[in-house]
Design a binder for this molecule. Structure first.
Ligand code: PLP
Length: 465
């Protein structure tokens, strides 16, 4: 045991050093691919080495190659941090090393996950009767939800997917937004439906699916249909008009699934809940713990109204029609077999923050996103392409030379983002929105403070100067 304690001590001290350096270190990784490979590659050793030396070496070879995504000034992609208890709970989850597939393999973690799932539904104001699963991320949450959807829409056409497979089945169509996340396409591919089953519906100036278009497309055929709507798209945080679209989809017998990777958490705040009006009418919802709930990677959450369809799609039980067992076996709800109890950090974060704390964190992020976008937008040769409604905003940088074209502004935008990241105070990612390059500002970290906002805007000012 001493060896284990010593290795854990080295990891603990390394973690403390890493966390305490977040304020001053570059938020962006600084090492090059070549330098990382030089340090990390090497021959597979014939003989092992001391466990503490392994951990020390791991810390050493990673130096300069880690982004400060746990910092309050990391605004790239949509990447949350980890609350103190969620991080600690994650360490315990590894230490306990339970196989959270079956209650029998990990009784306490099964009950913790069952509680965390109930709390999440409560927090998000979703129907109590829904089933859920803690997956690796929103990608697999989509897969889990859409596998259930596939089974249900085929069952309505008297086709049993579990017994008969897809060959010869009625063709399913998937109607979705032109601004969907790529994980929807991948889930559709994983499920054997093929890219051609996807139909992208145009959106209005607010990034919401056009209702008249939606209705027209739905009426084109009585094929089994799955509709995927956005609860905050990646670029501008656009919410589809759930209260109008879902009843129309239901009239046509469609299953409605929501991509709420981060936007579903708007439901936690009374001030922001209006964005999600009618979302509770859907059949399934996919979201993430590792984004706005601030639990460590990885954690996605699938929530499904038709628990029988969910269980039939996922369970290993040959008699999958049988009644649910008394204790919760995650294997009945998850695509994985052996698995980590990733609901444990969720349970911890929800206890640490409480309903009010989650709401406060969400509202703080939204406010800070506004402040950053408006602050940068006031600097010379910048334009706010999208003022945040939620926690996502877009900024473009202009080439000030006379006769500069959109191509020049695109290049300038990419150059400025690279310079900001190199400067190291803050880190942003880029995107193409309506054909224009832009810097995306995404605020989802519990740590982001007014001081981080100030430091970020000042660093951009310095770079532009
Ligand atoms: C809107 C949206 N949907 C789905 C995903 C995929 O989530 P994950 O990476 O957790 O699988 C993302 C990730 O950024 C996202 O922003």
């Amino acid at each position: 045991m001493n060896q284990t304690y010593e290795a854990l001590d080295v990891a603990f001290n390394g973690a403390k050093k890493w966390l305490s350096g977040l304020e001053d270190r570059s938020v962006s990784a600084t090492a090059t691919l070549e330098s990382l490979r030089e340090k990390i590659h090497g021959e597979l050793p014939d003989r092992g080495m001391d466990s503490t030396a392994v951990v020390e070496r791991l810390i050493d070879v990673s130096k300069g190659g880690l982004h400060g995504s746990a910092s309050g000034r990391f605004f790239a992609w949509v990447i949350g941090g980890a609350t103190p208890s969620a991080l600690a709970a994650d360490w315990l989850t590894s230490t306990w090393d339970q196989n959270a597939a079956l209650y029998a393999c990990g009784p306490a973690v099964s009950v913790i996950e069952e509680t965390a799932g109930e709390w999440i539904k409560d927090l998000l104001h979703l129907p109590e009767e829904c089933s859920f699963a803690f997956t690796t991320g929103c990608q697999l949450a989509h897969f889990t939800c859409l596998a259930s959807a596939r089974a249900a829409v085929l069952k309505a056409k008297r086709w049993n997917i579990n017994e008969d497979g897809l060959v010869g089945s009625p063709a399913i169509r998937v109607l979705t937004s032109e601004h969907r996340h790529g994980s929807v396409d991948r889930a559709v591919r994983y499920l054997g439906l093929g890219n051609k089953s996807l139909r992208a519906i145009p959106t209005d100036s607010e990034g919401r699916i056009e209702i008249s278009n939606f209705e027209a497309v739905l009426s084109e055929s009585d094929q089994p249909t799955i509709v995927v709507l956005n609860a905050a798209d990646l670029n501008i945080g656009a919410f589809d008009a759930f209260d109008e679209l879902i009843p129309i989809a239901k009239q046509h017998g469609a299953w409605v699934h929501i991509d709420g990777a981060f936007g579903l958490f708007a439901r936690v705040s009374e001030k922001l809940r209006h964005h999600t009006k009618g979302i509770e009418l859907a059949d399934s919802w996919a979201t993430d713990g590792h984004k706005w709930l601030n639990v460590p990677f990885d954690c996605g959450i699938a929530i499904i109204r038709d628990r029988q369809a969910h269980r039939e799609a996922m369970t290993i039980s040959a008699s999958y029609i049988a009644a649910e067992s008394q204790a919760r076996d995650q294997i009945d709800w998850n695509p994985e077999w052996s698995r980590r109890a990733r609901g444990v950090p969720v349970y911890a974060a929800l206890q640490e923050l409480g309903r009010e704390g989650v709401a406060a964190m969400i509202e703080r992020c939204v406010q800070h996103c506004h402040e950053i976008v408006l602050g940068i937008g006031k600097l010379p040769n910048t334009k706010i392409l999208w003022e945040p409604q939620l926690n996502q905003g877009l900024i473009r940088f202009f080439d000030a030379s006379p006769n500069a074209t959109e191509t020049d502004h695109n290049r300038r935008t990419d150059e400025v983002i690279a310079e900001i990241n190199k400067e190291g105070t803050a880190f942003f990612s880029s995107t193409t929105w309506r054909g224009l390059r832009a810097m995306r500002v995404s605020v989802v970290n519990w740590r982001t403070s007014a001081n981080d906002v100030h430091r970020t805007v000042e660093s951009v000012r310095k770079v532009l100067r």
